[in-house]
Design a protein around this ligand. Sequence first.
Ligand SMILES: Cc1ncc(COP(=O)(O)O)c(C=O)c1O
Length: 381
Amino acid sequence: MPRTIYFDYNATTPLDPAVREAMLPFLDGVWGNPSSVHHVGRRARALLDDARDRAAIFLGTKPSELIFTSGGTESNNLAVFGAARARQGRGKHLITSAIEHHAVLHGFDYLEKKEGFQVTRLPVDGEGRVSVAAVKAALRPDTVLVSVMAANNEIGTIQPVAEIGALCREHGVVFHTDAVQWFGKEPFTSLAQFNADLVSVCAHKFHGPKGAGLLYIRSPLHLDPVAFGGGHENEQRAGTENLAGIAGLVAALERFVTVPVFAPGKLEGLVAQLREHVTAVAGCTLVSPATGCLNNTVSFVVAGADSISLMAGLDVEGVCASSGSACSAGSLEPSHVILALGRPETANSLVRFSLGRDSTAAEVAAVGEILPEVVRRAQLG
Ligand SMILES: Cc1ncc(COP(=O)(O)O)c(C=O)c1O
């Protein structure tokens, strides 16, 4: 059998067996609609309420401050559109960073183009970090929303969100952080540690199910809905709840976040070794910072090669990695993160290795062995 080395844990993680177990009753016996008034529905409602209570206890919030969603994209869309539209009576200026996930950035683009908002996109330094001083300088009397991610998905840079959040609070500006990549990787005590009004979480990034996430909305903030219909989720997200997904999300939160499932003790050595392998290959330059970075992410750019050839070359060797570049209809979009780092000449050549729970030293060594040849071939085109 050909080997598989899965170094793409930032894309998704496998469902944990215990999480799956926690979901099974909701795929079978408990199938009622939580909004139905009869006893079958009421049973589902009781279990939904219980899941929300458990999530709230775990996260250190009120149950009414949690909106269950279909994942990171929906949480980010609801945060950005919902907060901007709800607050527009006070002003139409928004701030974000140049390296957000597209689920945030494209929302800001839309609000700017179609709804008359003004958007400041903050630059980052050479390591992909937003400065608190830059946020401060960009704040205006009509600023109503700031959105800066907790950790970047492409290169792993961790942002000073607690400081940015404190600054926004001082100025009465709503602060959203996309913490989708952060959960399960950094030590967590309570959502209060972000100083945020809105926090996006996504279950499949820490061994929960796909299609399940949540948005924390700090009371008394109330968002404009983006989905209309019933009065579900405190009138802010219409649609019958995905009970199995919610059960999986809560189970994954309780198991894999307080003590991060991306265990620093294990990953530190593997990542250090992998960084050495990458540095040793001619033409490869690390873009993941050595400190202040997610403990599992090793990203680099390659002179004279493109991501498509690099991904294909790695895949032939059984290695699953990612590129930041989106590929549509055969054309390669440069990574907006690498462009923001000020490296336009290499923006088409990002490779991201993201390690996880089952990664081993033998896999790192194997990747170290094949990498020079994969790079050489990709450079030949
Ligand atoms: C930082 C970040 N935000 C949002 C998302 C979107 O999550 P999903 O695709 O599960 O909706 C991702 C997914 O990779 C992400 O990395």
